[in-house]
Design a protein around this ligand. Structure first.
Ligand code: URP
Ligand code: ZN
Ligand code: ZN
Length: 465
């Protein structure tokens, strides 16, 4: 059994910061011992990694990605191969992607399609959520089977009428089913019916530029849908996880629900923490690069999101990685913002941007690891295999240089997309080395992994309740 020792670093988990050496045996963490002690120095090893001056972190868990997602008449640009490689470059060693049920088809068919897309192609480990597009007797029954086999979370949409949208009755039925089978309902909370009216009116009045995407997807319509989702989950007796929360009033709805003791959770994404409607309003058609839903909000919302992350009103930061190239894809919406494919790239930079938030004083180091590694693992039934550094956990480990300076750019990123939403942004901190189950994927800033190393992760039910 191969043995690796990582020595001299500061091990940071959601609960501790300790100067400890880490022994890895057969792909798992075998032991931690205080640096310099007899216990640590006595370990024999095939490989020794010097982490002096570095953080030793659990690999990141990005619980919201869309590799090769068919959307808006095109496909998200990253495949499982390119997307998981980019994830590894950024210190993310687990993704949970969304398999899609096509209208009129079974959940099984959607899941099989996603397995075929991912199998043998991933650089790091992966699991699946299931998007429920067609809630009916048969798909409700299928939910039970999926939970039993490790697809334990289901995304429903209050937005996108005619595509993924479910009405309140269907949502209630899915939540009732989840309350019985242990599944977690993930909600895209925007009032899509009202938004479509505003889209039609904006276009009729000649308001066609990307910035109107942000205008019509009103804060009130995110807050209203969040409130409605909470009430439906309450009636069903089901837990609820609200995805990509961007508006201050939506945070308030989640906080109010949690204050009442309801099992309601919230996720936000780096784009809502670092970007704003100013980006959507960039001149020419540049704003299209920032079109995603929920939309970017005015800057003032950011402080509420940071507060929510600090106070545990929001538990998780995922990327909602859904990249479309500017050229040929985002451009589909020139002259009509509603035709711009919704989504942004981000899987590579989540850990770095959140480290920048540590540098800027928004988060503590442990909270950084909690919202990016431990809590997503707990939320989606992967803990403590993923999300921590403790004996028995998978040896998904990131050696992170907290003092390295880097400039984010499409010139240097590894995602298969022709722009960066953070072009030119200077951040402090960078991944040096990444192990996935003890195997180097990134070594001293060189990619040494391969497609097919990543394995499928059947998941348990939510461990955050
Ligand atoms: O704009 C986004 N978020 N695209 C991906 C699909 C979704 O709603 O998460
Ligand atoms: Zn969504
Ligand atoms: Zn998404």
């Amino acid at each position: 059994m191969s043995r690796t020792v990582i020595h001299g670093g500061l091990v940071v988990t959601a609960s501790d910061e300790i100067h400890a050496d880490v022994l890895i045996e057969g792909g798992r963490i075998a032991a931690l011992a205080a640096h310099g002690t007899d216990a640590a120095t006595s370990w024999s090893a095939d490989r020794r990694i010097d982490a002096t001056g570095m953080y030793v972190l659990p690999g990141g868990v990005d619980a919201h990605t869309h590799m090769k997602m068919p959307f808006g008449g095109t496909y998200a640009a990253d495949t499982f191969e390119t997307g998981t490689r980019a994830a590894a470059w950024g210190g993310t060693t687990t993704i949970v992607d969304f398999a899609i049920q096509t209208m009129g088809r079974s959940l099984r068919e959607g899941l099989d399609t996603w397995h075929a897309k991912a199998d043998g192609r991933c650089a790091v480990d992966y699991g699946f959520h299931m998007i429920l597009s067609d809630v009916n007797e048969s798909s409700l029954k299928e939910m039970d089977r999926l939970v039993a086999e490790g697809v334990t979370s289901f995304k429903l949409f209050m937005a996108y009428p005619g595509v993924f949208y479910s009405d309140d009755g269907r949502i209630l039925r899915a939540m009732q089913r989840a309350s019985g089978n242990g599944g977690l309902v993930m909600m895209h909370a925007e009032n899509g019916i009202a938004i479509d009216v505003l889209v039609e009116q904006a276009l009729a009045e000649g308001r066609t530029d990307p910035r109107y995407h942000g205008d019509v997807r009103k804060v009130a319509l995110e807050a209203e849908a969040t409130h409605r989702a909470v009430q439906l989950a309450r009636v069903a007796g089901a837990p609820l996880y609200v995805v990509h929360v961007s508006a201050d009033e939506a945070v308030d709805e989640i906080a109010a629900a949690r204050h009442k003791g309801l099992p309601v959770f919230g996720e936000t994404c780096p784009q809502y923490l670092f970007l704003s409607t100013d980006n959507l309003a960039e001149p020419g058609f540049e704003g299209a690069k920032y079109v995603c839903s929920t939309p970017l909000r005015p800057r003032e919302h950011q402080e509420v999101l940071w507060r929510g992350l600090r106070n545990n009103e929001l538990q998780v930061v995922s990327t909602d990685h859904c990249p479309f190239c500017f050229s040929g894809q985002k451009e589909m919406g020139r002259g009509d913002f509603s035709k711009i494919p919704n989504g942004m790239p981000g899987v590579e930079h989540r850990m770095d941007l959140l480290h920048q938030a540590v540098v800027d004083g928004h988060l503590s180091r442990r909270r950084w690891v909690e919202i990016a590694c431990a809590s997503p693992a707990r939320m989606f039934g992967l803990y403590p295999k993923k999300g921590t550094i403790a004996p028995g956990a998978d040896a998904d480990v990131v050696i992170y240089d907290p003092g390295a300076e880097q400039t984010i750019s499409a010139e240097t990123h590894h995602m298969a997309v022709d722009y960066s939403a953070y072009e030119g942004r200077r951040v402090t901190g960078q991944v040096r080395t990444v192990l996935s189950r003890g195997v180097p994927v990134i070594e001293d800033r060189a990619y040494v992994g391969h497609a097919g190393h990543g394995t499928y992760l059947p998941r348990g039910t939510c461990q955050y309740l």
